[in-house]
Design a protein around this ligand. Structure first.
Ligand code: GLU
Length: 397
């Protein structure tokens, strides 16, 4: 059978594949430490679950409007007014099945064949493939470890052509944990306004920040960029609601309307009772986050300390999210059980088979000399995983 031509442009999501592989091995009784999944180990807060249970009991199990319940969209608008002092209307708000689905629909709504989207690397694995599926062309803006995986706004300008439609900015970044400073954000805003390109502002990790104060949505840095910004957020990370599939977009009314039409012809509404849970979450806000941050910070620090003791590893310190993205090219050329490590895929296989630790290779994030380690797992497991990596690496020849 011949499948659609467009599939030849994309590959399976490595984050999803590795997570599924680690789960399958665990189900077989193999003791794997899972550093793969970008999914917090904390439970969804009870008050959110209670709101969804109540909705189920009250029979709120039917279709809703495709972009989500009007009262949920109003709650989101109110949330951004309260937390960001930003004004949006209900028509500028849409809920989708997770942040990933929001992004997918944005690209479907925005891109015509050949339109270009600038994507700074390292990038989350799905951005380029979603652009390709929409007929667009990803244009990668490579950043360097020595620059903390950050870029200068001038670098964007150099890549802009008459076909450039948007740039994706994800801060804190998955996989590097890099956070852009105010000057860089101001520069991004200036370029977007001047060159009239959209900024797809993925702020799904906004609440997971280790610096002082809290991070803000892009239009807070320059109000002129608001019409060009598509804010993408969700509850997967800050409320540990990965399986609920609740994400949103706020921005240009015409884009939101187009996304709504796409949803109306594809998935229809996000799950009705999950929307009621989301409403409770947004009304109260992530009041639990400081406690979670304390744990994430301790795990991050434990990993960074351990990497210093492991030969051949170096790592940029993340400022947000719950990933580290160490460079492991120092292991290349060494062998285990007669098998030579030549790239990040070999390293991922070595760590899984020899150390019984699941990590994601860096290549699908655009940096083939790195691996991504998620520290969304308990400290005991994390320490166990680190010890295993240490022991396995010492045995490399
Ligand atoms: N965003 C998470 C990750 O990078 C979840 C998996 C996915 O959707 O890619 O691991």
């Amino acid at each position: 059978m011949k499948l659609a031509d467009r599939l030849s442009k994309i590959k399976p999501s490595q984050t999803m594949e590795i997570t599924a592989k680690a789960k399958a091995l665990k189900a077989e009784g193999i003791d794997i430490v899972g550093f793969g999944a970008g999914e917090p180990d904390f439970d969804t807060p009870d008050f959110v679950k209670d709101a969804a249970k109540k909705a189920l009991d009250e029979g709120k199990t039917k279709y809703t409007d495709a972009p989500g319940l009007p009262e949920l969209r109003d709650t989101l608008v109110e949330y951004y007014r309260r937390t960001e002092n930003l004004e949006y209307s209900r028509k500028e708000a849409i809920f989708s099945m997770g942040g990933k689905h929001s992004l997918y629909n944005i690209f479907q709504a925005l891109l015509s064949d050949g339109d270009q989207v600038i994507i700074p690397s390292p990038y989350w694995v799905s951005y380029p493939d979603q652009v390709l599926l929409a007929g667009g062309t990803p244009v990668i803006l490579k950043t360097r470890e020595e620059d903390g995986f950050r870029f200068k706004p001038e670098a964007i300008e150099k890549l802009i052509t008459s076909d450039t439609k948007a740039i994706v900015v994800n801060s804190p970044s998955n996989p590097s944990g890099a956070v852009y400073d105010n000057a860089t954000l101001a520069g991004i805003c200036e370029v977007a306004v001047k060159r009239k390109i959209f900024v797809i502002w993925d702020e799904v990790y906004k609440d997971i920040y280790y610096g002082s104060g809290r991070l803000r949505s892009l239009p807070r840095y320059n109000s002129e960029v608001k019409p060009y910004t598509l804010i993408c957020g969700g509850l997967s990370k800050n409320f540990s609601m990965t399986g609920w599939r609740i994400g949103w977009t706020l921005g240009d009314e015409a884009v939101v309307k187009a996304m709504s039409m796409i949803q109306g012809q594809s998935t229809s509404n996000p799950v009705s009772f999950a929307q009621y849970g989301a409403m409770a979450a947004l009304k109260r806000g992530p009041t639990h986050i400081d406690g979670w941050l304390t744990q994430f910070r301790a795990r991050k620090d434990a990993l960074l300390e351990a990497f210093k003791r492991i030969d051949g590893m170096s790592c940029v310190e993340p400022e947000g999210a719950f990933y580290v993205f160490p460079n492991i090219s120092g292991w290349y050329g060494k062998s285990w059980e007669g098998k030579k490590l030549e790239n990040c895929y070999d390293v991922t296989k070595f760590l899984l088979e020899k150390a019984r630790v699941a990590v994601v290779p860096g290549d699908p994030f655009g940096h083939p000399d790195n691996i991504r380690i998620s520290y969304a797992l308990g400290m005991d497991e994390l320490v166990k995983g680190i010890k295993r990596i240490d022991v396995a690496v010492r045995e490399l020849q």
